[in-house]
Ligand binder design. Structure first.
Ligand SMILES: C[S@@+](CC[C@H](N)C(=O)[O-])C[C@H]1O[C@@H](n2cnc3c(N)ncnc32)[C@H](O)[C@@H]1O
Ligand code: SF4
Length: 360
């Protein structure tokens, strides 16, 4: 079993962000932690948990006392001995005191950098504390860095500078994000323009080339890791496995049912956690298996697919067609997206949405 816990508080609101989050407020955080504890008590059935991900928002924006309360809640979770426990962090929060506290409870940090460029950071309404960032690397050896690209007026040279600075830190994992202009964000309201698609593609290819040259394994469309440092938690999502989602706006997948928690903080604090629930048909489960599984560069294992669904994956009509078109490729064990089409993988995945796995 895996668990995602959402902490929706941030010290500042970034111009691009549409995640469930609010500006931090001491009283609200205290109430939130009470509600979170209740939600976990109500739903969690004490299964052994091998990956736990505390995301946000910015979990590290909580005070030392509040983080201690959060970890007391988490202590009741039955974590396996070798569990991967990740917390998302922003550098402004990572004081030595917080790093020492985090070190007792988590073994992986995911730090949002986005860019080191000062002008761009201003546009994004973000800050970086370089001293704290360096200290984080002294305390943890399993760190992910989030890098964003595709900003208005960004050049490949700007991207190279960001990449060089990140590589110099030697993080175990790097997640890359091409900027999306989401409705309900300052960027959307201000009609912020993205770079054109050709340049975005060049940036994607450049990232892959540089990170591969520096010993990172490109294992998911936008994710890169040193050997054995792939995100075990994210692999649970991409392998279409079960997980609980606790907290505002969190989603979960249990016993063939996907559920989504409310994004209304008022409802959440009043104990109305779940917004919607949907039991999946076999076809929907297989569609999800494809949507998620083909995000992995190695794609889907044929034997594991047969064991899960009692269907040969290459008997499925849509898969056969994509193989014929060379959009999907196969080797002895796996079927995967042709690397030349990873950038446009959504266009391939969309063809698998209406499949009928019964009609092979
Ligand atoms: C939910 S955020 C939380 C992490 C942390 N609060 C932070 O700011 O780094 C996770 C990551 O999603 C990415 N992200 C969020 N909004 C995005 C957007 N509109 N376009 C592209 N990437 C986005 C950012 O790289 C961010 O680090
Ligand atoms: S990107 Fe992170 S820090 Fe910025 S508003 Fe979103 S969750 Fe908060």
């Amino acid at each position: 079993m895996s668990i995602y816990i959402h902490i929706p508080f941030c010290t500042q609101i970034c111009s691009y962000c549409d995640f469930p989050k609010v500006l931090k407020n001491e009283k609200l955080i205290d109430k939130y932690l009470i509600s979170l504890e209740k939600e976990i008590q109500e739903k969690y059935k004490n299964e052994v948990v091998s990956t736990l991900y505390i995301g946000g928002g910015t979990p590290t924006s909580l005070s030392l006392k509040q983080l201690t309360t959060l970890f007391k809640i988490i202590e009741k979770i039955n974590l396996s001995k070798d569990a991967e426990v990740t917390i998302e962090a922003n550098t402004e929060d990572l004081t030595i005191e917080k790093l020492k506290l985090l070190k007792k409870y988590v073994n992986r940090l995911s730090i949002g950098i986005q860019t080191f460029n000062a002008t761009r950071l201003k546009e994004l309404n973000r800050k970086i504390n370089i001293n704290n960032l360096k200290n984080a690397f002294k305390h943890f050896d399993n760190i992910n860095i989030d890098l964003m690209y595709g900003f208005k007026s960004q050049t490949i040279l700007d991207l190279k500078e960001d990449l060089e600075k990140i590589i110099k830190l030697k993080p175990a994992h790097i997640s890359t994000y091409s900027l999306i202009i989401e409705p309900n964000t300052l960027f959307y309201i201000n009609k912020y323009n993205k770079i054109d698609e050709d340049l975005d593609r060049k940036m994607y290819d450049h990232i892959i080339k540089v990170l591969k040259q520096n010993g990172y394994n490109h294992y998911e469309i936008s994710n890169f890791a040193k050997e054995k440092f792939e995100s075990r938690h994210n692999l649970v999502y991409w392998n279409n496995e079960n997980y609980y989602g606790f907290g505002l706006g969190a989603s979960g997948y249990l016993k063939n049912t996907r559920y989504e928690n409310t994004r209304s903080l008022t409802n959440y604090l009043n104990g109305k956690y779940i917004m919607n629930k949907h039991k999946l048909t076999q076809n929907e489960t297989i569609q999800n298996e494809f949507m998620l599984g083909f995000r992995k560069v190695n794609g889907i294992n044929k034997i594991e697919f047969k064991e899960k669904y009692n269907i040969n994956i290459d008997d499925i009509k849509e898969i056969k067609e994509l193989l014929k078109l060379n959009l999907l490729l196969e080797n002895q064990t796996n079927i995967y997206i042709n690397p030349n089409y990873l950038y446009t993988s959504n266009e391939i995945l969309i063809r698998l949405i209406d499949l009928d796995a019964g009609l092979c």
